[in-house]
Design a protein around this ligand. Structure first.
Ligand code: SF4
Length: 104
């Protein structure tokens, strides 16, 4: 049984993530080379984000990856199927949620 991501340290989350075969390791440019570009290329970036998100959907480490991204708020790339803006919104929503938190 996998541990609850919310109970792990950042180091523990990384250990859980790298214990699994990761779809992003086979094509890191698809996930982490998504820099802002001029408007004519934005559709291409969006398409790559969607491709990355589809691979994340089947990733066995997704819950750990999302927890780490929520804590670290990356500035670029795709993590657990989300853009940095989406991760920031998730994190802000969790911070605004009632005290029962996400560990339940
Ligand atoms: S969920 Fe995280 S670890 Fe898994 S493929 Fe996506 S970015 Fe990589």
């Amino acid at each position: 049984m996998s541990p609850n991501p919310a109970t792990l340290s950042a180091r523990g989350l990384r250990a859980e993530i790298f214990r699994h075969p990761l779809p992003c390791s086979s094509d890191p440019e698809l996930f982490f080379d998504l820099a802002d570009v001029d408007r004519p290329k934005k559709n291409a970036v969006r398409k790559r984000q969607e491709q990355a998100a589809a691979l994340c959907a089947d990733c066995p480490a997704r819950a750990f990856c999302l927890e780490l991204a929520i804590r670290e708020r990356p500035e670029y790339g795709m993590y657990a199927g989300y853009t940095p803006e989406e991760i920031a919104a998730i994190a802000d929503g969790l911070n605004a949620a009632p005290a029962e938190g996400r560990a339940a």
